[in-house]
Design a protein around this ligand. Structure first.
Ligand code: PMP
Length: 382
């Protein structure tokens, strides 16, 4: 199988599995227990926390382990909003946040919180001028992703942090797609809270973290003594050790980013050369190195994914599946892309395991399957 869906999840690195297995079998005691085995677990937890903090540029006390980014996102927004000063009750989200985060925004709005939306431009980047008009003295929090999971577009985190802070508000950043793909340093990022998820960088699923600037007023959402009272519940120690190992393995992120960008460019150049009807979104703006979001004319994504499946290639659609059919991607809709084009969206996302041989195989095998379909589409076009 050629796996080109790394933005959905990544295969765990062998080193991650090797680090986790002995924890599952041997360090299974509760880190809150006072006995020897419990203290072993506590030490392993502390060591993993120190590693996470070192790699991500924060203090160990600023790391709150969670079950992943969805929980970290919810914890950040709800926890910071609940602790906001009186008179600061509004929250601003970008319109292209991850689907789970959009649901949180709608749930808050349904519960009476004033929620505003920052639009994006046609190229997928944040409309900073429009964002600026939404940031004012009644604002508690801005929540913005660092990189979009569909287009890969990078968002102006530092600029939005400056705007939010000048207005006395906080910034939460969902860095789930950025961490592991491009360099990230919490203390330098400008963000007050940052979400991440281990399974996006060859760590295990079901493990993530919220990095929370020390000293910020915060109301925990799951009560318990763990994580300094900020997130109750016995820690997923094996997952946490796996995440720390995956972060340590990243090494020179820039070098790997360069490699993936070269593969991605080879893929995009090859596809546009062989199939001129290929349209690539957000190609001209800064984006994640391994993400390519495109359509082949207006060929339905289902048809394209079927052909890819036949070739043993795993990719994904940009559409959010809803019961009884597919809805156009909210990200493309926010960019002003018409529904018929958005329903043709295919996402290829490369990762650490991707190779030039895989890209070349795809370039050799896919165009002959799609060319006749595109020819037919041309003939039947109105
Ligand atoms: N935010 C973004 C930008 C994501 O891409 C994802 C995963 N697709 C999530 C949040 C959710 O992460 P998790 O699976 O860890 O809950």
């Amino acid at each position: 199988m050629i796996y080109l869906d790394h933005n959905a999840t990544t295969p765990p690195a062998p080193e991650v599995l090797a680090a986790m297995l002995p924890v599952l079998s041997g360090v299974w005691a509760n880190s809150s227990s006072q006995h020897g085995p419990g203290q072993d677990a506590k030490r392993a937890l502390g060591a993993a926390r120190a590693t996470v903090a070192r790699v991500l540029g924060c203090k160990p006390v600023e790391v709150i382990f969670t079950s992943g980014a969805t929980e970290a996102n919810h914890l950040a927004v709800r926890g910071l909003l609940a602790a906001a000063a009186s008179g600061r009750s509004r929250v601003v989200f970008s319109s292209v946040e991850h689907a789970g985060h959009l649901r949180l925004a709608r749930a808050l709005a349904d519960a009476g919180v004033q929620v505003d939306w920052m639009p994006v431009l046609a190229n997928g980047t944040l409309d900073l001028a429009a964002a600026q008009t939404l940031i004012g003295p009644d604002l508690a929090l801005v929540s913005l992703m660092a990189a979009n999971n569909e287009t890969g577009v990078l968002m102006p985190v530092a600029q939005v942090a400056a705007l939010a802070h000048a207005a006395g508000a906080l910034l939460h950043v969902d860095a789930t797609q950025l961490v592991g793909k491009l360099p990230f340093h919490f203390a330098d990022s400008g963000a007050d809270a940052v979400s991440l998820s281990a399974h996006k960088f060859q760590g295990p699923k079901g493990t993530g973290a919220l990095l929370l600037r020390q000293g910020l007023p915060f109301v925990p959402q799951t009560l318990g003594s763990q994580e300094r009272g900020r997130r109750g519940g016995t820690e997923n120690l094996a997952g946490i050790v796996g995440m720390a190992t995956a972060l340590e393995l990243l090494g020179d992120v820039n070098l790997e980013a360069k490699r993936q960008a070269q593969l991605r460019d080879a893929l995009e150049n090859g596809l546009t050369r062989a199939l001129p009807e290929t349209h690539i979104w957000s190609r001209q703006v800064p984006r994640l190195p391994g993400t390519s979001y495109l359509r082949f004319g207006q060929l339905s994504v289902d048809v394209v994914l079927q052909r890819l499946e036949r070739l043993g290639v795993a990719a994904s659609s940009g559409a959010a599946c809803s019961s009884g059919g597919s809805a156009p991607s909210h990200v493309l809709t926010a960019m002003g892309v018409p529904a018929d084009e958005a329903l043709a969206a295919v996402r290829f996302s490369l990762g650490a395991t991707s190779t030039l041989a895989e890209v070349n195989h795809l370039l050799q095998a896919l165009p002959p399957l799609l060319a006749p379909l595109l020819h037919e589409e041309r003939l039947t076009a109105p």
